[in-house]
Design a protein around this ligand. Structure first.
Ligand code: NAD
Length: 489
């Protein structure tokens, strides 16, 4: 049955004002399963008006009351974990077990984390003889949260939780490609008892309702996660209005594997950990995580051994029905993205890359015969200047490169316009410290990947990001500090 999704504005579930809709596809079957509002400026206007009207009430809630509502929403997400995981898997094509184990629990955790942060927040006092300064941290006001399709509920809650915790009313604009769990979240927000207008969710296209939201004069802050191209556009458009902007954008992340992490004498368990982790880093969620390692740089003396082991493991990954618990790789998110990845694989070969495994679409039987499946792909023979090693593919595609020295590894790792994350594999403590200083990335993992602590700063440098999310960084973004200086008289 066709699912009809609605906007959430001022506690009302409603279609776009002009009734227009967009089709929503299930990537694993290629079939349309629902319709979502194709909202326009008028819908943006309504949602912002609702948020503006609710601002004084929400800001006036005691921290405990705001935290209780965020925790209540987390409770409801946990209660509906299976339903939400099924919705996320249907919408994105990702394995159901991944949505159940990662996406949905993390969404609840995001809300709980910022509810707790709110209760532990204290404001600064700077005292000096004759004067007392204290700093108030009121909310910015109405915030817009724009999220992408790869981790829909996970990233939406990562944005709205700190915004709401700090007393901002929010208009969220989820990706039009994957709107389902955002719609369900809206239903849960009503059930949790949020006051009308505090959380509004409008669906539609980025260049239509997204632009209208970002350009609205009553919006004080925009938190965006998505492509670098869109982030640049939002930065440009909001600069003249001096809006606060936080941008989490694309990446072309490198893992650096040194010989001491993979030589014959390294403990077997350690070598297995390198392989297990980098396999996940390359292919989890079909390679559609901004933190995925799409380039693996390996010291030449262990290159052949690493390549053989890694390719054998990549070949063994099972591509299939997202609902099957044995599936490692589901479908990629859309027909357009599927075509883009296949085109990138073609480009890789025309620029001299050798395909070590994968390199092609996977055709499954009914009902998945029109789904968007791509074999996990490992490439080699491509220099740092190639499109394959420069441009974000955001699919199950990884390119191996060999290096001869630490200096060369560093130069290769830094040789892109992006700077989101790096994963360094070595047991040499001096090298860990040197490279951690010199790698151009906002997040550096050493002997691990995607080990997340929500308190840490999250974000990229260069074309990967502006600002940081996570912990107090996100809480600060959503506040407009005001200093009060009192003279002793
Ligand atoms: P996208 O930029 O196409 O879209 C992201 C969101 O922005 C969507 O909701 C879209 O509707 C909206 N949007 C598009 N144009 C807009 C405009 N002009 N004004 C306002 N909103 C607009 O990105 P995507 O394809 O959905 O997501 C994939 C990208 O996201 C990849 O580049 C990936 O690296 C990046 N990403 C980054 C992080 C991070 O934390 N750095 C996390 C996840 C994904």
């Amino acid at each position: 049955m066709m699912k009809i999704l609605h906007n959430l504005i001022n506690h009302h579930l409603q279609p776009a004002d002009d009734g227009q809709t967009l089709p929503v596809y299930a990537p694993a079957t290629g079939q349309i399963y629902g319709q979502v509002p194709r909202s326009q400026a008028k819908d943006a206007e309504q949602a912002i008006a609702a948020a503006v009207a609710a601002q004084t009430v929400w800001q006036g809630f005691a921290p405990e009351a705001r935290a209780a509502l965020l925790n209540r929403l987390a409770d409801l997400i946990e209660r509906d974990r299976q339903t939400l995981a099924e919705a996320e898997s249907l919408d994105t094509g990702k394995p159901l077990h991944l949505a159940f184990e990662l996406d949905i629990p993390r969404a609840a955790q995001n809300l709980r984390f910022f509810a707790a942060a709110l209760l532990h927040r204290s404001e600064a006092v700077h005292a000096r003889p004759g004067f007392l300064n204290y700093t108030l941290t009121p909310p910015v006001g109405v915030g817009v949260c724009i999220s992408p399709w790869n981790l829909p509920l996970y990233l939406l809650t990562w944005k709205i939780a700190p915004a709401l915790a700090t007393g901002n009313c929010v208009v969220a604009k989820p990706s039009e490609v994957t709107p389902y769990t955002a719609y369900l979240l809206g239903l849960l927000a009503i059930e949790a008892g949020f006051p009308p207008g505090v959380l509004n969710i409008v669906h539609g296209l980025g260049h239509e309702v997204g632009t209208a939201l970002c350009n609205h004069p009553q919006v004080g802050a925009i938190s965006f996660t998505g492509s670098t191209r869109t982030g640049a556009l939002i930065a440009q458009q909001s600069a003249a209005a001096f809006k606060k902007v936080s941008l989490e954008m694309g990446g072309k992340n490198a893992a650096l594997v040194f010989a001491d992490a993979y030589h014959e004498q390294a403990p077997e368990a350690y070598r297995q950990q390198v392989l297990d982790t980098l396999l996940r880093a390359a292919f989890v969620n079909q390679g559609q995580v901004c933190l995925c390692m799409s380039r693996i740089l390996v010291e030449r003396s262990v290159y052949a051994r690493f390549k053989a082991d890694f390719v054998a493991r990549a070949r063994a990954l099972k591509v299939g029905d997202p609902a099957d618990p044995n599936t490692d790789q589901g479908a990629v998110v859309s027909a357009a993205h599927y075509e883009k990845i296949l085109q990138a694989l073609h480009t890789a070969q025309t620029e001299g890359g050798q395909v070590l495994c994968g390199g092609h679409a996977v055709h499954l039987s009914e009902p998945h015969d029109a789904g968007y499946f791509i074999a996990p792909t490992v490439l080699e023979g491509l220099g740092p200047e190639t499109c394959t090693n420069q441009e974000e593919i955001f699919g199950p595609v990884v390119a191996l490169q060999a290096f001869d020295s630490e200096a060369e590894a560093l130069a290769l790792a830094n040789a892109t316009r992006y700077g989101l994350a790096a994963s360094l594999w070595t047991r040499d403590q001096g090298r860990i410290q040197r490279l951690s200083r010199q790698l151009e990335a906002g997040i550096i993992w050493v002997n691990t990947w995607m080990a997340r602590d929500l308190r840490t700063p999250f974000g990229g440098v260069k074309d990967s990001g502006m600002g940081r999310e996570g912990g107090w960084y996100a809480m600060h973004f959503w506040c407009e500090p005001r200093n009060v200086c009192i003279a002793e008289i």
